[in-house]
Write a protein that binds this ligand. Structure first.
Ligand SMILES: Nc1ncnc2c1ncn2[C@@H]1O[C@H](COP(=O)(O)OP(=O)(O)OP(=O)(O)O)[C@@H](O)[C@H]1O
Ligand SMILES: Nc1nc2c(ncn2[C@@H]2O[C@H](COP(=O)(O)O)[C@@H](O)[C@H]2O)c(=O)[nH]1
Length: 205
């Protein structure tokens, strides 16, 4: 059985990764989302095991020591990491996995999974980016300013990615990413799990 494809969606804080990822998963239910671990405190409404696995610093260090994380990074005062076992098992079972992670972590994943599909989500402008982070209402002014300065540095790393996708409009951004995933399946001569209506025709040919 072919392994699944690893899709890494990255980009600056507030660009809309979470929003786009969630709409994309509705459009592509076969795509499996990897839930990250973090030492950040839960925001209102965030659920353990759905949004994140919330960990103390000690628990997070322990995951690092056990090599339980595929990658991890410190981002604006908190640690974030991708649980290794879930990703490896899901890919081995032939399913596609999507990671929604910041840029340092994405570049570490690229070293381990050079065949992954690396997508950088871009805001229409820096002003719009700031408005989105601020409008979300989850961060203090200090944190917003820190995230904005990191965003400018992160944008310089765009060249390491396979694709840049503009998130001007949520549905349009999702459709662009969906097209990329389908095209990558075709390029690798893999069966298209997302175009199920085509299965019979492909098998007959
Ligand atoms: N295309 C868009 N147009 C307008 N607003 C958007 C768009 N995409 C996302 N947003 C809004 O921008 C805000 C930030 O989005 P989101 O939380 O998804 O960003 P993020 O990149 O996941 O942020 P972080 O990295 O900090 O978790 C949200 O309030 C969301 O509703
Ligand atoms: N390197 C990793 N980055 C991650 C992971 N999970 C989430 N993130 C990114 O962190 C920032 C901040 O997230 P927030 O939820 O506090 O706003 C954002 O860019 C996320 O995409 C991970 O496992 N590894």
């Amino acid at each position: 059985m072919d392994k699944g494809l690893l899709i890494v969606l990255s980009g600056p804080s507030g660009v809309g990764k979470g929003t786009v990822c969630s709409v994309l998963r509705n459009k592509m239910p076969e795509l499996i989302y990897s839930v990250s671990a973090t030492t950040r405190l839960p925001r209102q409404g965030e659920v353990e095991g759905v949004n994140y696995f919330f960990k103390s610093k000690e628990q997070f260090q322990d995951m690092i020591a056990r090599d339980a994380l595929l990658e991890h990074a410190e981002y604006v005062g908190n640690y974030y990491g991708t649980p290794r076992d879930f990703v490896e098992r899901t890919l081995a079972s032939g399913k596609d996995v999507i990671l929604e992670i910041e840029v340092q972590g994405a570049l570490k994943v690229k070293q381990k999974f050079p065949d992954g599909i690396f997508v950088f989500l871009l805001p229409p402008s820096l002003d719009e980016l700031k408005q989105r982070i601020t409008g979300r209402g989850t961060e203090s002014l200090d944190t917003i300013n820190n995230r904005m300065s990191v965003a400018v540095e992160e944008m310089n790393l765009l060249r390491h990615y396979d694709y840049a996708v503009l998130n001007d409009e949520i549905d349009a951004a999702c459709d662009r990413i969906r097209s990329i995933i389908i095209a990558e399946h075709c390029r690798r001569e893999r069966f298209l799990p997302y175009v199920t209506g085509m299965k019979a025709a492909i098998e007959k040919a």
